[in-house]
Design a binder for this molecule. Structure first.
Ligand code: T5A
Length: 236
């Protein structure tokens, strides 16, 4: 079924920010929900936000997304899968993310290159060094300023998705519980390697608690970049 979400969305406001924030997590961790809440808070502060996601974010990316998630392609090789995710990534970097950062927007991206390290690297046991080289080629070296990792027990996350509107699992969701547990452990290892970039949050907590934790950290990053005074703290 075609995905009704737009490729990307711009919320107008002040455009002197140029910050790149990514959201990561196992299935059903609550990334899209938290991106909505954070973008609303940023909008209240008058900050211009561009929201996008992977795989997708562009017409080409969405075409690749439908290949990647189609359960009919159960025989897709991990290398083919890796290259397709990175092809979609290269397109969204060139078409959406870099132009938005150059125009001074704050970019929120639902998954980015760390997803490939977690899912195609830790999940399948593929060589992480090789994946990093391929990822750097796709992103032209673009690194997030902040990565928000929503950590959740994979059974709980998959259960949330099962309880949602999806009638069928997509190809990635169908993989075994063991696979998804490897992905989660991979994320935790990546976060431990770069604690200054990653914010790890217990995503089993209530929505508003998770949102407040994210908001507090984003406020710190905005202050650090001398972007705001105290507008975020007074906006709610
Ligand atoms: N992938 C992706 C790779 O393998 N390699 C890559 O390089 C990339 C980029 C993408 C798939 O591709 C894989 C990862 C994925 O398997 P997708 O459909 O985009 O597929 O899947 P997700 O990215 O996982 O996105 P989802 O929209 O499915 O999950 P979210 O965004 O994490 O969760 P969300 O916000 O939709 O919430 C899910 C449900 O939980 C509830 C929500 O209301 C919703 O019903 N919820 C909560 N309930 C209780 N408490 C909370 N705190 C809650 N937060 C949310």
């Amino acid at each position: 079924m075609p995905d009704p979400r737009p490729n990307h969305m711009t919320i107008p406001g002040e455009s002197n920010v140029s910050l790149f924030i990514t959201f990561e997590g196992p299935e059903g961790a609550g990334k899209s929900t938290q991106i909505r809440l954070l973008s609303a808070a940023l909008q209240q502060m008058g900050i211009s936000v561009v929201i996008t996601r992977e795989p997708g974010g562009t017409e080409i990316g969405n075409t690749i997304r439908s290949l990647l998630l189609d359960s009919k392609y159960s025989e897709m090789s991990p290398r083919a899968e890796t290259l397709l995710f990175n092809a979609a990534r290269a397109q969204v970097v060139d078409e959406v993310i870099r132009p938005a950062l150059e125009a001074g927007h704050l970019v929120l991206c639902d998954r980015f290159a760390d997803s490939t390290l977690a899912y195609q690297g830790y999940g399948y046991g593929q060589d992480l060094a090789m994946l990093r080289v391929i990822g750097d080629y796709a992103t032209t070296g673009l690194q997030p300023d902040l990565t928000i990792y929503l950590d959740i027990d994979v059974r709980v996350g998959l259960g949330r998705k099962r309880g949602g509107s999806a009638e069928e699992w997509n190809r990635m969701e169908e993989k075994t519980l063991v696979y998804h547990q490897e992905v989660r452990q991979g994320y935790l290892a990546l976060a431990a390697e770069e604690p200054q970039r990653w914010l790890v949050i217990d995503a089993s907590l209530p929505l508003e608690v998770v949102h407040q934790a994210i908001r507090a950290r984003v406020l710190v990053v905005l202050h650090r970049h001398s972007i705001i005074g105290n507008r975020l703290s007074t906006s709610r």
